[in-house]
Write a protein that binds this ligand. Structure first.
Ligand code: AMP
Length: 244
């Protein structure tokens, strides 16, 4: 726990901002959300907005696996090779990561799962995990979009790795090319954001992940979004779905 002398050194404006955030969060309902959609459908763009609005944690398995690969952990090294080919890593590996992550205090009011579950087996394992905690998935947001739009979105994408902020050379350029607007740090292009790897990633999506939508449709929790629309319009759709 922080001592009062630690708190003394924090500027008043930061303390007040955090206090207001906690007061706002205490009135929000718990939410356990899943975002499903192909690469480039806008899951990562909408996640931070939903996260701030509902005080949830944002768990993106792709980001977690890339961090593990960069840290050269044994798990990360296995994942790195699979990710480079655009295939899916094993169900056991990603379920283990999520099982640890959703127990963290930042997920107390619920979570946004972005890029997980990606197979029906993962969905079943997630449901079992939640059942043990006496909870369940509240909503699955289906980012529906035609494949033909995705290549331009993916090949023009630039990422700020530590925050997850993403830019696009044509649709959302940073103020200075190659540099994050907020921190001034360099942006990167993901190794798998090429037209060739996108092809395998889309194949994996249609074959292995599309059935996840059917799985949750049977439970009556899927909401459809028009993900080909501009990000601000998709945000309006998301807000409508989550407030109903
Ligand atoms: P993403 O950042 O969501 O596009 O994920 C990048 C890559 O990480 C994918 O192409 C997969 O190789 C791997 N990955 C991420 N999430 C999962 C998951 N839930 N199951 C299996 N593989 C995953």
């Amino acid at each position: 726990m922080a001592s009062s002398s630690d708190l003394e050194n924090i500027p008043s404006v930061d303390l007040m901002t955090e206090l207001l955030r906690r007061m706002k969060c205490s009135t929000k309902p718990d939410k356990r959300l899943i975002l499903v959609g192909p690469p480039g459908s806008g899951k990562g763009t909408q996640s931070p907005i939903i996260k701030d609005e509902y005080c949830l944690c944002h768990l993106a398995t792709g980001d977690m696996l890339r961090a593990a690969a960069a840290a050269k952990t044994p798990l990360g090294l296995i994942a790195k090779e699979v990710m480079a080919k655009g295939e899916l890593v094993s169900d056991e590996l990603v379920v283990g990561i999520i099982d640890d992550a959703i127990k963290k205090p930042s997920c107390q009011k619920g979570f946004i799962l972005d890029g997980f579950p990606r197979t029906v087996v993962q969905a079943e394992m997630l449901d079992q995990m939640l059942e043990k905690q006496g909870t369940k998935v509240d909503k699955v947001l289906n980012f529906e979009i035609d494949d033909s739009i995705l290549e331009e979105r993916i090949t023009g994408r630039w990422i700020h790795p530590s925050s997850g902020r993403s830019y696009h050379t044509k649709f959302a350029p940073p103020k200075v090319p190659g540099v994050d607007d907020v921190t001034g740090e360099p942006l990167i292009q993901r190794k798998d954001d090429t037209a060739a790897v996108l092809k395998s990633r889309l194949e994996a999506f249609h074959k292995q992940t599309a059935p996840v939508i059917d799985y949750y449709s049977k439970k009556g929790v899927v909401a459809q979004l028009h993900a080909e629309k501009a990000p601000t319009e998709v945000t309006v759709e998301v807000q409508k779905v989550l407030s109903s």
